[in-house]
Write a protein that binds this ligand. Structure first.
Ligand code: OGA
Ligand code: MN
Length: 230
């Protein structure tokens, strides 16, 4: 698994800056909105939001506060033994510590089964260990595409402790982008083109502005499930 994580982090692209955005927005289907008129997905064009929208989901309030506490109880002591890593210039992730876990207590296992049935087709072989990434308040994830050698078509992640913004940018066309608002307790799912042809990143606090609105970044833990390549 160490190898997988190294490979995941080893593939990244330089950051892309888009100025003078003209935002068009659409609501992700199936989710409860944090505020009734607030979109969860905005992008560079209506066409892109519509086309890619079917391969990107954000489900708000996917877990309860109590379920978040269950994950923290299982994860915190192991994470606390590690130090946040900041200074590796070639890492795709800055200000993080991470772990992985195969077996879980009943409360977390129940949530993970919900994630699996929301995100993956029945019978799709999954990567055994679940990946846990703990980002410091100042931590962030640079644009990258997860290794196609080790991970399949779908990536699903729970966000604990903080809201954040995930930016997708088309690999060969930096003017095509989507921003996803990932509220604390939400689940996001990236599939197919969104996973293979777009880089994804988690914005640092200073850049964490969604659709014109500041989204303060706190410490954030993500719990990520992936399937295996075909
Ligand atoms: C990764 C990644 C996103 C997240 O670890 O490859 O993109 O939600 N993580 O933490
Ligand atoms: Mn990734």
């Amino acid at each position: 698994m160490k190898l997988l994580l190294t490979v995941l982090k080893g593939i990244h692209k330089p950051a892309v800056y888009v100025s003078h955005r003209r935002c068009l927005s659409s609501c992700a289907s199936g989710g409860l909105l944090p505020h009734s008129d607030e979109p969860l997905i905005v992008g560079s064009s209506r066409e892109l939001v519509q086309r890619l929208g079917s391969q990107v989901e954000v489900r708000t309030a996917f877990i309860t506060e109590e379920e978040e506490r269950a994950f923290l109880r299982e994860l915190e002591s192991g994470l606390k033994k590690k130090r946040y890593e900041f200074d590796h210039w070639d890492d795709a992730i800055h200000g993080y510590r991470e772990t992985e876990r195969v077996s879980w207590g009943a409360a977390c296992e129940e949530v993970l089964n919900r994630v699996r049935s929301a995100a993956f087709p029945e019978g799709s072989p999954l990567l055994g260990p679940v990946h846990i990434l703990d980002l410091d308040k100042t931590g962030y994830i640079k644009p990258h595409i997860d290794s196609v050698k080790f991970c399949g078509s779908t990536i699903a992640g729970l966000s604990l402790l903080s809201d954040s913004i995930m930016r997708l940018v088309k690999e060969d066309a930096a003017n095509e982008w989507l921003d996803l608002l990932l509220p604390r307790h939400s689940l996001y799912i990236l599939r197919n083109e969104a996973r293979y042809n777009f880089t994804h990143e988690i914005l640092k606090d200073e850049e964490s502005v969604f659709n014109g609105q500041k989204v303060p970044r706190q410490r954030r833990i993500s719990v990520i499930c992936r399937n295996l390549p075909d």
